[in-house]
Design a protein around this ligand. Sequence first.
Ligand SMILES: Cc1cc2nc3c(=O)[nH]c(=O)nc-3n(C[C@H](O)[C@H](O)[C@H](O)COP(=O)(O)OP(=O)(O)OC[C@H]3O[C@@H](n4cnc5c(N)ncnc54)[C@H](O)[C@@H]3O)c2cc1C
Ligand SMILES: Cc1cc2nc3c(=O)[nH]c(=O)nc-3n(C[C@H](O)[C@H](O)[C@H](O)COP(=O)(O)O)c2cc1C
Length: 767
Amino acid sequence: MKVAVLGAGPAGLYFAISMKRRNPAHEITVFERNKPDDTFGWGVVLSAETLDNLAANDAVSAAWIREYFAYWDDIAVIHKGVRTVSTGHGFCGIGRKRLLLLLQRRARDLGIELSFETEIDDPKPFMESHDLVIGADGLNSRARSAFAEVFRPDIDVRKCKFVWLGTRQKFDDAFTFIFEETEHGWVWAHAYQFESETATFIVECSEETWTKWGFGDMTREQSIATCERIFARHLGGHSLMSNAGHVRGSAWINFPRVLCESWSHKNLALLGDASASAHFSIGSGTKLALESAVALADYLHSEQGLAAAFDKYESARRTEVLRLQSAARNSLEWFEEVERYLDLDPVQFNYSLLTRSQRISHENLRLRDPEWLGGAEAWFQRRAGNTDNVRRAPMFAPFQLRDLRLENRVVVSPMAQYKAVDGCPTDWHFAHYAERAKGGAGLIHIEMTCVSPEGRITPGCTGFYAPEHEVAWKRLVDFVHAETEAKICAQIGHSGAKGSTQLGWQQIDAPLKSGNWPLMAASEVGWSPANQVPKAMDRADMAKILGQFVASAEMAARCGFDMLEIHAAHGYLLSSFITPITNHRTDEYGGSLENRLRYPLEIFQAVRAVWPAHKPISVRISANDWMGDEGVTPAEAVEIARLLQAAGVDICDVSAGQTSIRGRPVYGRMFQTPFSDRIRNETGMATMAVGNIYEPDHVNSILLAGRADLVCLARPHLADPYWTLHAAVQLGDRDVKWPDPYLNGRDQLYRLADRTATIGGVGGLKV
Ligand SMILES: Cc1cc2nc3c(=O)[nH]c(=O)nc-3n(C[C@H](O)[C@H](O)[C@H](O)COP(=O)(O)OP(=O)(O)OC[C@H]3O[C@@H](n4cnc5c(N)ncnc54)[C@H](O)[C@@H]3O)c2cc1C
Ligand SMILES: Cc1cc2nc3c(=O)[nH]c(=O)nc-3n(C[C@H](O)[C@H](O)[C@H](O)COP(=O)(O)O)c2cc1C
């Protein structure tokens, strides 16, 4: 096959090598605009695992690369003058120039033609003259732009500015992150040794700081001198160096995240950064490029014809690319928003940095560096006021809100049971909540309990509006207090436009088949075309419903609930005021955020006035309508939280969505936690995170990173009322309290867990 490869970066060269290894008869030319040793950048990070994959593909080049590998295990974070080091991270790196020179040599040895200083403006003539053309021409690929309508690239130019520099200062003991506060804002560096004499030193800052420093108007030399001044105390008198001599301007860029809908067209395929890029902060761009090159060469030999090979290549590599891009997005967003975290204590800041991509979990960190993690856990416990047994996981730290003290940070999230009769909780509710209260969680919520019959979502929803409701709830609360360490929170709400619908396991959110009742909401916006159009509330309606909230709160107080939560999320009545999707009012309750929040805040104030002063109140919000700027955005949720906090709300329960059938949520593990993180760290308000959090590892990493104060789990508690007790067994924590009658069961479980650990500890059954 006659092959033209456009671009002699890692992707192009390694693809050419991989092709030639599979069939020496291929005639391959690699075209490159630069000179052979004219490359930008300094070191690149790879892993030992990646190199093993490369060795299976071409042992010769892998052995050469291995010879030049620099290894390091530690990550150091310098923040507020404190240098924190953790170990066990296991990276290796090589100079980019060295890598390319080795690959060039290997390519030549294999008989590949390398044509340097050849600028390729248009791939089309090559597509005529060659059987196969590979667009491996990097981030700003011409091959991609020549067929933009086919590849449909999505290029997301990110917020920070960065420049890739080098230095002779040694960073050979650790991959080092340095955060420096300057007169124009924070500037930080990612530094790592890749050769005995040289380290990479990437300098990064926000666009605002970059502009204030005037980097855009500086020459390369001035820019470097400025960075040297900023990082002087870390450079030990060494200078910073640029090797982007062939690049115009000062070489600062914004990272473009590239993703293409399609990677091939006729006999042209995109490879490496041209097809998909991953932010440098997770060090996976070169790995992606090299592994994709191997995959493409493989399929070109295993499949019949180019089209079949390209299909296989895309379907096999796309998932991996998306996985890495998702981790890279978490990581780059962390750096973009780093100013939110810079006030954290250095321990928490360090933990937050290490877990930023969500690829490294709490237990991963324990495996890497148990001592460091133990220290961080002890810091967390002490800060939570626990000085007795500081070697406990963060989920087992106490938490205080007003006079309410929770034994731990696990919360049973509110979950409607649809089992009430005329609003009255039944034996089902007693058994269900009593079980969860025995299950070890620090706090259990009852479901959204409605302030009036018309405020119910379904005929099976519970209420706080009739004397028999009070009797039933009080029986439950008394049991929880007498028999368990759990505290219990009443969630009160009104269904608004989402009322008069079927039970959860019937057609959810659909109107009742018969017996519907009239609805009210902020505006005349029905939940869906199939649902009733609610009446837009007038002032009399507002006063009436406010009175119902107050009466319900008084009833919850008489029942002895420890905490109250006002449900202002998920499209129900109060949420319908907050989101502009459903609030079209033109009076002082519509329009600006202050106006949209006015009624929910009036209700909060009225409820606060009757709720015991020593007990806290939470408000649950939808922090993202998942409708872009048309609805509530995570940024606006921060402003919502600020207003709640100013009004005296003790904690914000940060949920999201369910406010419109047009919302398009992006699901994933812990997918709503970033909204809680943002609110907590931008406002200082206490938060609860919720949404697809299901492992003790998730809970611990959310807490120690400071992304929330409490963690709510809903569905996991449907499957396992004893989720917290079981989590303790899994984590080896023996200090949670089990109910006395269950102690024999507890002991057996502990024995079994210890036995499994011992078997594992001596190398399993292999010994
Ligand atoms: C600051 C920074 C730090 C990074 N750190 C790491 C890291 O630590 N680890 C890691 O794995 N990855 C890292 N990367 C990413 C990594 O450099 C890329 O993902 C990787 O180089 C992609 O390889 P590629 O061959 O697709 O593209 P490139 O390396 O960009 O190669 C493309 C080649 O095509 C040539 N070319 C472009 N246009 C033309 C044209 N019109 N005609 C002829 N030739 C052309 C270019 O000169 C270049 O040589 C980093 C990237 C940056 C920007
Ligand atoms: C069956 C069920 C009923 C729910 N009822 C309520 C409710 O009454 N009030 C509320 O605020 N959220 C309710 N939710 C939402 C949960 O509290 C939680 O926010 C959501 O399920 C995401 O958490 P998870 O991924 O841990 O399940 C309910 C969820 C489920 C599964």
